[in-house]
Ligand binder design. Structure first.
Ligand code: CA
Ligand code: CA
Length: 98
């Protein structure tokens, strides 16, 4: 089945969360370790240990020590906004389907 880029991107966003969130503890939330692994493997450009601590404190809006799906999606929205601002003056280059 041929899917649009956007629906594929949405599936990747959701599946990436689920792949890491089910590894330990509550399978619907990212523990500290799960979040760290997700960021290291999926977003290695995001930075060092200090950046991780800061990011965790921002992401964990309700301060329960875990990042739930709502908190993750808020992060994705912020990341998308940054991408939007970054690419806004660039020529449009869409990723090609494989
Ligand atoms: Ca978990
Ligand atoms: Ca939380």
């Amino acid at each position: 089945m041929l899917c649009s880029c956007l629906s594929q991107a949405l599936a990747v966003l959701v599946c990436t969360f689920q792949r890491y969130s089910k590894q330990e503890g509550d399978r619907f939330t990212l523990s500290r370790g799960e979040l760290k692994e997700l960021l290291e493997k999926e977003l290695p450009s995001l930075g060092d240990e200090g950046a991780f601590e800061e990011l965790l404190s921002i992401l964990d809006a309700n301060k329960d020590g875990e990042v739930d799906f709502q908190e993750y999606i808020r992060f994705v929205a912020v990341a998308c906004t940054l991408c939007h601002e970054f690419f806004v003056d660039s020529p449009v280059v869409l990723p090609r389907g494989q």
